[in-house]
Write a protein that binds this ligand. Structure first.
Ligand SMILES: *Cc1c(COP(=O)(O)O)cnc(C)c1O
Length: 851
């Protein structure tokens, strides 16, 4: 029998310890080492046993122990110090305040998952952990931001493993009150789901200076069906996912308003939260009296869309009948049609019944869009080219901001201390110049940290392995094996990530004999640590888990090849800090960015990776190793063979010798010099602080500034822009280019120079029809061409309108002078497009004639 109602008795702390609760309720403890020491002091064994979870510790700690501590002056003094530090952190100014006046008041950051700490398990992998690192880095920079996500009662699954290597999935239920979540509203808010309305609870987590709001449908008055909407992360079918996304996007906007937030910039971490745009359109219409087109403009001009996957299958799509079922009411409220809504999720050439694509809607409803690494920006421009059929590939308006990681979360105390001493105490915000001081770190001290963290990792892995296998129901006889795995002095290579097939955890197994030979080498052995979950519905991924596990439990290398179940942020930390080499073998270019290698690098581990994701732009020849990627045209098998060969040859010829060749102090100098090169070059780049500064300066602030201008004066510019866009778009079909002509060369003598260069006058005649000639921009794109007829490089030259004699004529003449200063063949093309200074980018309308 299950109770229907519940109430809660909170832990009752002795008065002198009341502030402990405040400290525990700000999740800054999850990355602040001094605060962790405070909780460890309370009851060290229990702290470890409860997996370093401050709130559960307070709940479970025996009352006598708390009474003792409340009379211990040393503890009270330390508690006061930690609490004072927290208060100072919360109040003091940081980078954002020091930067001077900013147009940016507040960013809302939407994401379907947030990886803040293992103690708040609301993430499945990279996307969520990145979102957590974004918020934490923003907190350290003092950026005004608020996170919006869902509270999943069962989080993501916990992974176990059977003796035959089959993945077990457990879904323990979570209780918000033991997770540092407090109610953000006194009553649940109302959110519409199709024609129905339901209650949604809003929880608040505090992460340093930043709040994270989590929406939860498990409310008393909801039907059981509605209560289970936010049950699990990435569980259920398409419709279940759609419902979650409606709660996240539409509910998220309402939650922000309900708690009194009024953000200027809405940032969506991947398309899953895209419905926030629809709720905002409705809200602008209902509350501000805007028309549909104006409301779209207002929403778009304040939205940033970040895409995270180069894999089309990774994008949510919904059938139009499903969209109709859930959004008819919205369309009525907005006085628009399902066809108009469908067009937002379609490329211009798609049929009405093509599935509704959340990423395409994200692109349509944002002022700017970005990928998460340089290569991924490129790949995204190809992938989403169809959204702008009139634009050339390089004109597709998707930029990139390369991901970064939150150093406080990922870097070990020992490494952090070393960096504090040698770089600057505030090393996570250090400049390139400051990072170059890494070369002065005594090699021996660096190596001691590496040795220590490897040893600690081995101990921790044995413990976790045995715990996980016990939970999976293994017999004691088999558990003995756990104590024999890994050797703390052997070169250790780590691989931990989602077991999606394209990540190819099993690439090494392609040459099994070689693998066994390397692991069992008597002089210079290598050992491997694997971890990662396969999505419960991903059978090929689970098969890879099984194969890896099989080698680990049953092969000649069984003690040097280990799979550790239940990869989460706490295990991740141990691996990044302890492994010597961080291996990554995705099929290029399917890894959007990847971030685990960044975390490893900051701990002095070296990357050995395919040149994909972030590594493609950061590898410089000495800061790690690049596995050769075979051309994409090759078959899968051929790619695997080439890349696997490259991997083994790097291991044998470079990595293993670098680790085992020692100087008289026992220090591997070659390895250490690479580690220093890695820290120097990557340190200033891979931090979340660099990432958030880039988002702020390149995207949030310009978006905020333009949006403010558009909405000022009761939306006057915005209304004008919306009207202008509609008119120009309607009349554009009559615009055409009549002629493009090179009317000849003129030699121009350059002032103060004996050289003369040749100038060419290009004349473009455009029939503008009913479009105002002022609204037409003509650019000549020109430059030297290669023998295959493409531009070697090109520049854009704006052509000037030349007034004709007949003012009533709609035939307009534009001229541009091109100055070619070196011999060779040049090419040019005229680009004609509608132009207004109020657009977010010149080609925002996606209309262009090339001639
Ligand atoms: C960093 C991290 C990831 C993402 O790492 P990738 O390199 O993108 O695979 C996934 N899971 C956890 C727990 C992490 O800490």
């Amino acid at each position: 029998m299950r109770p229907i109602h519940s109430f809660r008795v909170n832990e009752n702390l002795p008065n002198a310890l009341a502030t402990l609760r405040d400290v525990a309720l700000n999740l800054r403890w999850s990355w602040d080492k001094e605060t962790q020491n405070l909780f460890r002091w309370i009851e060290p064994d229990l702290w470890e046993q409860l997996d370093q979870n401050a709130l559960r510790l307070l709940e479970r700690c025996p009352r006598d122990r708390l009474e003792d501590l409340s009379g211990d002056p040393r503890f009270l003094e330390y508690l006061t110090k930690v609490k004072t530090d927290l208060d100072i952190y919360l109040r003091s100014d940081s980078w954002f305040q020091a930067k001077g006046v900013s147009p940016l008041k507040k960013v809302a950051y939407f994401s379907p998952e947030f990886g803040i700490t293992h103690a708040l398990p609301q993430y499945s992998g990279g996307l969520g952990v990145l979102a957590g690192d974004h918020l934490k880095s923003a907190s350290s920079l003092g950026l005004p931001i608020v996170g919006v996500g869902l509270f999943y009662k069962q989080g993501y699954f916990r992974q176990g493993i059977t003796p035959r290597g089959h993945q077990l999935e457990r879904y323990p239920s979570l209780d918000p009150s033991t997770l540092a979540l407090v109610p953000a509203v006194s009553e649940p808010i109302k959110v519409e789901l199709g024609e129905e309305e339901l209650d949604v609870m809003v929880w608040r987590a505090r992460l340093g200076r930043v709040s994270l709001l989590l929406l939860d449908t498990d409310c008393e008055h909801n039907s059981p069906e509605h209560r289970s909407i936010t049950d699990r992360l990435y569980g259920g079918d398409g419709e279940h996912r759609l419902r979650q996304e409606i709660i996240l996007g539409m509910g998220g906007v309402r939650a922000l308003f309900a708690v009194g937030e009024d953000p200027q910039v809405f940032h969506t971490n991947e398309g899953h939260a895209g419905f926030m745009g629809l709720e905002r359109i409705r809200s602008y219409m209902l509350h501000e009296g805007l028309t549909f087109d104006e409301a779209v403009e207002a929403t778009k001009s304040s939205t940033l869309f970040t895409t995270h996957t180069p894999v089309p299958a990774g994008i949510d799509r919904y059938s139009i009948p499903l969209i109709e079922r859930y959004f008819s009411r919205w369309a009525r409220d907005c006085d628009t049609s399902i066809e108009r809504l469908a067009s937002m999720g379609h490329t211009p050439t798609e049929d009405l019944d093509a599935s509704f694509n959340m990423a395409v809607m994200g692109l349509h409803l944002s002022a700017a869009a970005n990928g998460v690494a340089r290569l991924h920006g490129e790949v995204s421009r190809s992938l989403f080219r169809g959204v702008w059929p009139a634009l050339e590939l390089e004109q597709i308006p998707i930029t990139h901001v390369t991901n970064g990681v939150h150093p406080g979360t990922w870097v070990s105390g020992e490494m952090s201390e070393l960096l504090s001493k040698s770089i600057t105490p505030n090393w996570s915000n250090a400049s390139k110049e400051e990072w170059s001081r890494v070369s002065n770190v005594p090699s021996k001290s660096l190596w001691q940290v590496r040795d220590l963290k490897r040893e600690e990792m081995v101990t921790e892995i044995r413990k976790r392995l045995s715990l996980a296998l016990t939970k999976s129901g293994w017999e004691d006889a088999n558990l003995a094996w756990c104590e024999t795995v890994l050797d703390p002095h052997v070169l250790t290579i780590g691989f931990a990530r989602r077991f999606a097939p394209y990540k190819r955890a099993d690439l090494l197994l392609t040459r099994f004999e070689k693998l066994m030979e390397l692991c069992n080498d008597l002089e210079r052995p290598v050992q491997f640590v694997f971890a990662g979950k396969a999505h419960p519905a991903d059978d090929p991924g689970k098969e890879i888990v099984r194969r890896i596990f099989e080698v680990s439990f049953d092969s000649p290398a069984q003690s040097k090849f280990v799979f550790v179940p239940d990869y989460d942020m706490s295990l991740a930390k141990v691996l990044y800090q302890g492994c010597d080499i961080w291996l990554n073998t995705p099929v290029r270019p399917m890894e959007a960015s990847g971030t685990s290698g960044m975390k490893a690098a900051l701990n002095g581990s070296l990357n050995l990776s395919i040149l994909d994701g972030w590594w493609a732009e950061c590898y410089d020849g000495v800061n790690g190793w690049a596995i050769a990627a075979a051309p994409a045209e090759f078959s899968d098998e051929e790619r695997e063979r080439i890349e696997c060969d490259s991997l083994y040859s790097l291991l044998e010829n470079e990595v293993i010798p670098a680790f085992y060749e020692r100087n008289s102090d026992g220090v591997p100098e070659a390895l250490i010099s690479r580690i220093k090169a890695s820290l120097t070059s990557l340190g200033p780049f891979v931090t979340g602080q660099r990432m958030v500064r880039e988002y702020t300066q390149r995207l949030y602030e310009p978006i905020a500034e333009r949006h403010e201008q558009l909405v000022a004066d009761k939306y006057s510019k915005l209304k004008e822009l919306a009207r202008w866009k509609t008119t120009v778009a309607q009349k554009w079909q009559d615009v055409h280019v009549v002629s493009v002509e090179n009317v000849g060369a003129v030699n121009v003598d350059k002032e103060h120079s004996s050289d003369s260069i040749t100038s060419y006058k290009i004349v473009v005649e455009v029939e503008v029809g009913e479009v105002d000639p002022q609204d037409v921009a003509v650019e000549v794109i020109w430059g030297p061409v290669t023998s295959d007829g493409t531009f070697r490089s090109n520049e854009h030259k704006r052509a000037k309108a030349v007034l004709g004699t007949d003012a009533s004529s709609t035939l307009c003449r534009y001229e541009a002078d091109l100055e070619a200063d070196s011999p060779g063949t040049y090419g040019f093309v005229a680009s004609v497009y509608p132009s207004s200074s109020d657009l977010s980018i010149p080609l925002e309308l996606g209309l262009q004639i090339l001639a």
